[in-house]
Design a protein around this ligand. Structure first.
Ligand code: ZN
Length: 703
């Protein structure tokens, strides 16, 4: 699901559709808590000093800065200095650092599979051969664009509109998605059932704004995109002037798609993007497109109900199908094939792809080493196969038990905070409690693994493996239509450093790879753990109650469970947060988008408040908690939180993320929410003179 149906903690680091043990742990094996005990209670039979291992170093901080002036710099300045941006990164932070560590672990698994190939058809053989084929640059470079020649030839032989629709369907079956996604997901108003869905796509640049805005950056990027397309056509043996012509045609065509595409903000509206129709209804909605032929082409002739997320877009695409010439369609479809396969072809394609997506869009200065990109596509194709080997090697059962206990502590604290809300009616509170109690929790890895036995992988062609696994994945996705939702399914692989909330599943999910420092210290200081992974848990829980999540009931259905008055009060409170973020200048003349990032900012603020409360609960009967390195436990809570968001970032990436990402930048995930919390001022003895100070009446307090 490439869309906003699950809400991540952080931008997905890989364009993926799916994705150390110390001796201390033995000690904890004997100290495992019964679920429900607090983390602190587990540790109470030891003294603080024996137990607590300092988990952050003041070297990571910048003590020359006043915490009230710029808390982010104060907490992370040392780390930022020690970790300059590598050339191949547009952003590098704690998150990315952990993701790199996860990649190194996955690399040992994948290389091991490549070196000791198992029996034909085994997971190890598939993983190993997928990786080997991707690393075989000699063969890949010799082949040039041969792997896509047959597809391009097929497009060039198109002579009727029927051929056009067949090609659109064929590309969709390989997940090359020329115009719109066709996918399956839970019905948002009947969350037990899986239905088909259609979602806008078709743009080669990351957002409609790049096609439609006239600021200098957008104009430059359009030029760079046209040059990129020209280069791709030229690499496929089109004469230079013809290649330039074709690129212009593609840009003009995609601009038409951009004009009828929803904005990101519009796509955050669950009601407006819920438009369930039958196939007949779809034919009525967008009659110019031969839907039945298309559905036959993707092998889903009877999908039943289909949710059309953006009817305006689909109607316009259907009209374009009629009005655009066959030649334009051929040019566009060829561009889709070349562009979407470029990163799996020879070096000249890979470089052209990097020059646009890496350099022009994100400001990267160098490509990643090849093994990392091949690892990314191996993860993408065989995520749960790699994941099985990953958790067996790197995820101790004790980590899951500790997390279970933490999650329940957070749930209790969230419940207490609901009870304390002064503005909410008892009626809405009761429903909020029910929803909170119903949140399902997934930690580490799925209870059952995806079956890859029907997927055949060979070491002879990288692109072929990618397309075959795309086809396998698409068929799997289609097979779910009309079936009951599989509640055990995961939408993220265990080796992914991220977490998510699914509103339609009302579930929070924490893959194994995020349960590592600086998020989770198995043998570390509680105050830091509550500030880091505790806030992550609280963040994901709060998504169920953010401006969009609150529109879903406890069973994951879009339904109203709020009184009108409570909704109004909620909106007034969130408006404060929108206004605060709209005032943040991310780069000279560019401001954060408080509306686009509202859900994430509510989740950060809620996560902090809830986890702080959970931490206070955990130390209630403990007496005085000792300082570590001269910092009180309250201070360590906020420092632990901030450390998670330490990052360096390029200006181009700031601009791109501000446009496309619902998450705030690292600095604003720290300096944004903290000044809304009185506990933060208290911990660092800050008063109204602090630059970050927000007067109590202007502070946002939501959960
Ligand atoms: Zn989030």
């Amino acid at each position: 699901m490439p869309f906003n149906f699950i809400w991540h903690l952080e931008l997905e680091l890989q364009p993926s559709k799916k994705i150390k043990q110390t001796s201390m742990q033995n000690k904890y094996l004997m100290l495992v808590c019964a679920a429900g005990l607090t983390l602190a209670a587990c540790q109470s039979n030891q003294t603080q000093n024996e137990l607590i291992k300092p988990v952050f170093s003041s070297n990571d901080m910048d003590l020359s800065v006043d915490p009230g002036e710029d808390f982010y710099q104060y907490a992370n300045g040392g780390w930022m200095k020690k970790n300059p941006l590598p050339d191949e990164k547009s952003r590098y932070g704690s998150f990315d650092q952990l993701a790199e560590e996860s990649k190194e672990k996955v690399k040992t698994i994948v290389e091991n599979a490549a070196n000791n190939k198992g029996e034909a058809g085994s997971l190890s053989q598939k993983i190993g051969d997928f990786y080997l084929a991707g690393m075989d640059t000699l063969s890949i470079n010799n082949a040039g664009y041969t792997p896509i020649k047959a597809m391009l030839k097929k497009v060039s032989s198109i002579s009727t509109k029927d051929d056009v629709v067949n090609m659109i369907a064929e590309l969709q079956s390989q997940q090359l998605t020329p115009l719109f996604y066709f996918y399956s997901s839970a019905d948002q108003k009947n969350s037990e059932m899986t239905i088909a869905g259609i979602y806008q796509s078709g743009l080669g640049m990351p957002d409609r704004d790049y096609y439609l805005e006239d600021d200098e950056t957008s104009v430059k990027l359009r030029l760079a995109y046209t040059e990129y397309l020209t280069k791709l056509f030229a690499l496929c043996s089109y004469p230079e002037d013809e290649a330039a012509q074709l690129a212009t045609t593609v840009l003009a065509f995609e601009t038409q798609l951009a004009e009828v595409s929803n904005t990101r903000l519009e796509n955050r509206d669950p009601h407006a993007t819920y438009n369930k129709v039958s196939v007949d209804g779809l034919n009525k909605m967008a009659p110019e497109f031969p839907w039945n032929d298309y559905l036959n082409g993707i092998n889903v002739s009877q999908p039943g109900d289909i949710n059309v997320s953006q009817p305006k877009f689909i109607k316009a695409v259907a009209e374009l199908y009629q009005t655009e010439s066959i030649d334009t369609w051929k040019t566009f479809l060829s561009s889709v094939i070349i562009r979407k396969t470029a990163s799996y072809l020879s070096d000249d394609f890979v470089k052209a792809n990097f020059a646009f997506y890496g350099e022009a869009l994100s400001g990267k200065k160098a490509m990643e080493p090849r093994w990392k990109t091949v690892l990314g596509s191996t993860n993408s194709a065989l995520g749960e196969a790699v994941g099985q080997l990953f958790v067996a090697k790197y995820f101790p059962p004790v980590a899951k038990q500790r997390m279970d206990a933490l999650v329940e502590n957070l749930r209790i604290a969230f419940g207490q905070r609901i009870d304390q809300l002064e503005w909410m009616s008892d009626e809405t509170k009761k429903a909020a409690h029910e929803k909170l109690a119903a949140i399902r929790v997934k930690i580490g890895y799925p209870s059952k693994w995806r079956d890859y036995s029907e997927l055949n992988i060979y070491a002879d062609s990288y692109l072929k493996n990618v397309l075959v696994s795309n086809q396998f994945d698409f068929a799997h996705d289609m097979s779910k239509i009309g079936q009951a939702v599989d509640k055990e399914e995961w939408h993220m692989s265990p080796q992914t450093v991220n977490a998510y909330y699914s509103p339609v599943g009302n579930e929070i999910v924490f893959p194994a790879a995020i349960l590592q420092p600086p998020f989770f210290y198995l043998d570390g200081d509680d105050a830091v753990n509550y500030g880091a992974i505790g806030v992550v848990i609280g963040h994901e829980m709060t998504h169920g109650f953010d401006d969009k999540g609150r529109l879903y009931g406890k069973d994951g259905n879009l339904q109203t469970w709020w009184t009108d008055e409570d909704s109004e009060l909620f909106n007034a409170r969130t408006k404060l947060l929108v206004d605060q973020f709209n005032e943040i200048e991310v780069l000279e003349g560019t401001y954060a988008d408080g509306e686009l990032s509202l859900g994430e900012n509510i989740a950060d603020l809620g996560g902090l408040a809830i986890s702080y409360q959970a931490y206070q609960n955990s130390i209630k009967d403990k007496g005085e908690v000792a300082d570590i390195d001269g910092f009180t436990d309250e201070q360590r809570f906020f420092l632990g939180y901030s450390r998670v968001w330490a990052q360096n970032i390029r200006d181009k990436e700031i601009l791109r993320l501000t446009k496309v990402d619902v998450h705030s930048l690292g600095v604003n995930r720290v300096n944004g929410p903290l000044p809304n919390l009185q506990q933060f001022y208290d911990a660092f003895n800050l008063d109204a003179n602090a630059a970050l100070f927000i007067a109590p009446e202007n502070r946002a307090s939501i959960w």
